[in-house]
Each structure stands twice: as structure tokens, then as C-alpha cells.
Ligand binder design. Structure first.
Ligand SMILES: NC(=O)C1=CN([C@@H]2O[C@H](COP(=O)(O)OP(=O)(O)OC[C@H]3O[C@@H](n4cnc5c(N)ncnc54)[C@H](O)[C@@H]3O)[C@@H](O)[C@H]2O)[C@@H](O)CC1
Ligand SMILES: Nc1ncnc2c1ncn2[C@@H]1O[C@H](COP(=O)(O)OP(=O)(O)O)[C@@H](O)[C@H]1O
Ligand SMILES: [K+]
Length: 530
């Protein structure tokens, strides 16, 4: 964001004061469009302004609301004379028409200790204390003041709006920078209005819980034009994290982009199954693989589990595989071009041997669940065999087993910003493993060593809490495998599968179980124009 802003300044397409004015306008418009009722009855805003440009946005909002006839109270944290120039200019414009309460005089406990009613009680509370510039935890006295405010106006009594960021939330990580070990922000919000693009902090970790909902205001930064005219920006943007997208054209069968006609043109995926009574996970994965359009999908099961699998499989084929040497023989069929190992496979040396055989074949491969856990304590052995066409899909527990030191960094209470984030952790893990790492959760992060990083946030209007159900991850592994079989680039396969997985769950809503997910894909495909 800073690079884009700088490019706009350098290219003369905007000044800081113009951007700040548009940011303030954007916040006012977003509030009025999301909550038109706030214009009814008495209109009174309490605005907290901070020591940087986020505070400057606050003073613009104060002026614009007052021009609309609102009652406005402004509270400044920091000294007016030390505000950066654009924020200072907007402070001064506001100070000419309305008072500014210095931090020593905030005293929210006293000021609002007796429950207020009528024309003086704020209906909207606006936090313009810190945005992307937060570099350290909130100071104790400020944290205390905000907690007093929280107590005076419990959530639901006044609309709470954060400008760009809930103050105390690190926008690079979504992690609170609050004093004390409890790592809890003093205030949570109904609406967060950001500028130009959502930031990582809105999507990762606790970000979505703090922000409430996120609206993005257009402040007139033309990213495409800036990228074209400023070469230095091109490089920065190429390395930037993106949000997952479905890429419908990659999924299409037939047509100009993907003219294949034969089932083998869409690849043959092989999913390894566990023994009797533990075959369900592989079948879930296999169904995911065939629904995303792999031409053929075969489950490879131990002899003792063949009958159990056969009783459940129809479009999916079945072959016997009693261990690593059988797998080696099965893989002599060169048409098997994508493998999935892990779901229900069992933890131990038999799984380790099969993983090493699979990796030795240099096939595209997804390693999940037991294929990862089997290498707890011997991760370097796994890393020595990995290659760039492998996707690891750990959840947090599996991630901690394979990358314990990285996990510890992520678990530490952050003492400054930018805090170590799930993006940092996933990128570090991918670099170490030498393959794609897809770190699951509500905020799934996918990283390619030295390449793309993608975030898929199941938050806000894409929240899918019902994906927290046994087997959902198995289906995801299968979907990625199916896309790998279709010759889709591994990081893109991981991105598309994750997006589809969330979308399928979202369209279904409450009551979702893992077996539903593959069968929801045709509806999603139709909706996105595959
Ligand atoms: N980047 C852009 O294109 C635009 C940015 N704008 C606003 O500018 C904001 C970024 O402004 P700044 O970079 O000035 O950063 P902020 O306003 O977020 O805060 C930075 C200031 O707070 C201080 N600070 C950081 N952590 C602190 C802590 N824990 N306790 C006390 N002081 C602390 C810093 O030393 C600095 O003075 C954005 O979030 C957005 O609201 C908008 O005006 C519109 C355009
Ligand atoms: N609260 C949540 N919101 C959105 N997605 C979630 C949530 N919890 C889990 N998921 C997703 O559901 C899947 C669960 O996978 P996993 O933990 O491996 O379960 P299993 O091993 O039972 O299949 C992952 O894709 C994960 O990202
Ligand atoms: K803020």
C-alpha cells in the first residue's frame, strides 16, 4: 500500500491531502450506505484521532459529518504539533470549527460513567487512532482508556467503526498488539472501512473477529496505470500476497483454452487408502479429485480393504497396494500423473516408505494428514525427498509437527509490528521444504518457494464455520490432486481448490458434512461460469 501511495505521489497523480480527503469521504459514505439508519434521529459521533495519518482521516471525517449537521466530539491521542503534515492540516481545519480533547482529559469513565441518553450520547464511535502505521503494542494508559469506553458504550449501544484498522491490530498479521499477555484488543467493531484493497490484517488470524465487516473505499489509486508507469512498483506488486480466486477458465473442459477431448487428457489421479475401517478418508479425497474434473481417479487400497472400498466406489477405480513396493509397481503406469497420500493412511514407517516411493517417482503429489504426521521428529528426511511439484496441506497441528521452530515463532506473543504472521510462517516453511505449503484454517495461506503467496480467507461474507468438520480436509487434498492431474500449476491448483472448497461450503451453509462437498462442486462451477 505504501509503495502504491508513493508511486501515485511520484507520478503526480495524487497528493497526500487529496488521498486523505477521499479516505475520509469513503468512510462517511461507507457508514451511510451500510447503516442508513444512523442519519435518522439524533446524530452524534465520537471520533478518536491518533498521532499519524490515520488520525488525519479522523479529522476529515469529523469535518464532513459536522457539515452534514452531526454533533461531533474529537479526541486526540498525541500532540497536534507533532502530527504529520497532511494530518496536521486536517486537524487545524477541524480545530477552527470544533474542540479537540487532549488525552489527559479523555476520562471516559467519568465523562460517560452515568449512562447518557438523549442528544449527547454518541450514536457512532469512530476509531482513527492507528492504521497501517502501528509499530508497537498500545500503551497501557491508552488501552485502559479504550476499555473504559468499551464499558461505557457496550457493543450494540453505538455503531463502532474502525478507520482502516481496529486500533491495536497489526495490519501485516491480523494479530493484536495489545499490552499484557492476554493479547486481546480493547475494542471490537461493527464495520472497518479500508482503502484501495483489503490488507492482510483484515484477513488473517484475529483480524476478522476485530473488524466485524470490511468495506473497501476507492480513493482513486489506479493500480493498473501506476503499475504500467512505475517500473519499481511492478516488482513490489509481483511479490505481493494476493487473495485466492476461482480462475474459471483453468477449470473449463473443452473450448479454446483447454481443447482436450479424451479422459486421459485430464489426467489420472491415484489416492492411497488406509486399511479396513479406515478407507473413508481416501474415498472422500477420490470423490473430490473426480468432481474437479480429473479424467480418471483410482483408489489404491491394501488387499484387506479392497472389498470395503469396492462396496462404495463406482466411477472411481480400485487397485491393490499393500505397501511401498506395490506402490512402486503401480506407478509403472506412467499415466498416473498425480498422487494423494495421507488421508486415513496410518502413522508410521509403512506410510513413510510409501511417501518416499511416491516422491521418488517425481509425480505431482499432495501430502496430507498421516503422510505429514509420520514425519514428526524426522522432518529433514521428508524435506530431502520433496520437489517443486509437491503440495503439503498441514492444519495447525501438522504444521507444528513438521516445522516446530516456525510454529513457536507464530505462537509467541508479538511485542512489535509487523508481527510474525501466518504468511511469514508459510513462506518460511515453503522455502525450507522446497515445495508448496498450504497452511489450512479459516485463514488458509498457500506459499510457493520464492514465488506466489495466496491467502484464502473464509471470513465475512465467505465465512464457512461448518467446514470445521471431520473429513473436510481430505476432500480438499483430493480436489488439489484432481487439479494437479489436470496439469494445473501446483500453486494455482492449491489456490483454486481452496477457493472452491470454501465456496461449496458457503453455498450449502449450516449442516454441511464432508461428503456433501464434492457434490456441491457442479453448482459452484455453473455459478462461476466454468
Ligand atoms: N496509504 C495511503 O495511501 C493512505 C493512508 N491513509 C491513512 O494513513 C494511515 C497510515 O498512516 P501512518 O503511516 O501515519 O500511520 P498511523 O496513522 O497508523 O500511525 C502511525 C503513528 O503512530 C505512532 N505509533 C505506532 N504505534 C504506536 C503505539 N503503539 N502507540 C503510540 N504511537 C504509535 C507512529 O510512531 C506514528 O506516529 C492509514 O492507515 C490510513 O488510515 C489515508 O489518509 C489515505 C491514503
Ligand atoms: N472455522 C473455519 N472456517 C473456515 N474453514 C475452516 C474452519 N475450520 C476448518 N476449516 C477448513 O476445513 C478443512 C479442515 O481440514 P482438516 O483440519 O484437515 O480436517 P480433516 O482432517 O478432518 O479433514 C480445512 O480446509 C480448513 O481450512
Ligand atoms: K484505526
Amino acid at each position: 500500500m505504501r509503495a502504491i501511495e508513493q508511486a501515485a505521489f511520484d507520478g503526480g497523480s495524487a497528493t497526500g491531502i487529496e488521498l486523505m480527503e477521499r479516505a475520509g469521504q469513503g468512510v462517511v459514505e461507507a457508514i451511510l450506505s451500510a447503516y442508513p439508519d444512523v442519519e435518522q434521529g439524533h446524530r452524534h459521533a465520537l471520533i478518536l484521532c491518533g498521532p499519524g495519518n490515520n488520525g488525519g482521516d479522523g479529522f476529515v471525517i469529523a469535518r464532513l459529518l459536522q457539515e452534514r449537521g452531526w454533533g461531533v466530539e474529537c479526541f486526540l491521542y498525541g500532540e497536534a504539533i507533532r502530527l504529520p503534515p497532511d494530518a496536521r492540516a486536517n486537524h487545524d481545519r477541524w480545530a477552527a470549527v470544533g474542540p479537540v480533547v487532549a488525552f489527559n482529559d479523555w476520562r471516559f469513565g467519568l465523562r460517560y460513567g452515568v449512562r447518557m441518553t438523549g442528544d449527547v450520547a454518541p450514536t457512532v464511535l469512530i476509531d482513527a487512532l492507528f492504521g497501517t502505521g502501528l509499530t508497537r503494542p498500545l500503551d497501557e494508559p491508552l488501552d485502559r482508556a479504550l476499555r473504559e469506553l468499551d464499558a461505557a458504550f457496550p457493543k450494540g449501544t453505538a455503531l463502532r467503526v474502525a478507520v482502516d484498522a481496529p486500533s491495536g491490530l497489526c495490519m501485516d498479521s491480523g494479530r493484536p498488539l495489545a499490552p499484557g499477555p492476554q493479547e486481546e484488543l480493547p475494542l471490537r467493531y461493527d464495520l472497518t472501512v479500508s482503502f484501495h484493497r483489503r490488507k492482510l490484517g483484515h484477513l488473517l488470524a484475529e483480524g476478522p473477529d476485530a473488524c466485524g465487516s470490511v468495506k473497501v473505499a476507492d480513493i482513486g489509486l489506479d493500480q493498473a496505470a501506476l503499475r504500467a508507469s512505475r517500473p519499481e512498483l511492478r516488482e513490489t506488486l509481483a511479490a505481493a500476497v494476493t487473495e485466492a480466486a476461482p480462475r474459471a477458465y483453468e477449470l473449463r473442459k473443452g473450448g479454446e483454452d483447454n481443447p482436450g477431448g479424451h479422459k486421459y487428457d485430464y489426467g489420472h489421479a491415484l489416492v492411497l487408502s488406509g486399511g479396513p475401517g479406515r478407507t473413508g478418508a481416501a474415498r472422500l479425497a477420490a470423490r473430490g479429485a473426480i468432481r474437479v474434473g480429473a479424467g480418471l481417479v483410482t483408489v489404491a487400497a491394501p488387499g484387506s480393504a479392497m472389498a470395503e472400498c469396492a462396496a462404495h466406489l463406482t466411477a472411481i477405480m480400485l487397485t491393490r497396494c499393500n505397501g511401498a513396493s506395490d506402490l512402486g509397481a503401480v506407478l509403472e503406469d506412467e499415466r498416473l500423473n498425480a498422487l494423494c497420500l495421507g488421508p486415513g493412511l496410518g502413522v508410521g514407517s509403512a506410510t513413510r516408505d510409501m511417501v518416499i516411493t511416491a516422491l521418488g517417482s517425481r509425480r505431482r503429489c499432495v501430502l496430507d494428514a498421516d503422510a505429514l504426521t509420520s514425519f514428526a521428529g524426522s522432518a529433514p528426511t521428508l524435506f530431502a525427498h520433496l520437489h517443486s511439484r509437491v503440495v503439503l496441506t498441514p492444519h495447525a497441528g501438522e504444521f507444528a509437527r513438521l516445522f516446530p521452530d516456525i510454529w513457536r515463532k507464530l505462537a509467541e506473543t508479538p511485542t512489535g509490528g509487523p508481527a510474525f504472521s501466518k504468511v511469514d510462517a508459510t513462506q518460511e516453511a515453503a522455502a525450507r521444504a522446497g515445495c508448496i505449503v498450504l497452511f489450512k484454517g479459516r485463514d488458509t495461506v498457500i506459499a510457493e518457494p520464492g514465488g506466489r503467496t495466496v491467502v484464502c480467507a473464509a471470513a465475512y461474507d465467505r465465512a464457512t464455520p461448518w467446514l470445521a468438520t471431520a473429513g473436510a480436509g481430505d476432500v480438499l487434498s483430493g480436489m488439489i490432486t484432481g487439479l494437479l492431474a489436470r496439469d494445473i500449476w501446483p500453486v494455482t491448483a492449491a489456490e483454486i481448490a481452496t477457493w472452491l472448497h470454501v465456496e461449496a461450503a458457503r453455498t450449502f451453509g449450516p449442516g454441511l458434512i464432508a461428503t456433501d462437498i464434492p457434490d456441491l462442486l457442479p453448482g459452484v462451477f455453473r455459478a462461476i461460469g466454468v
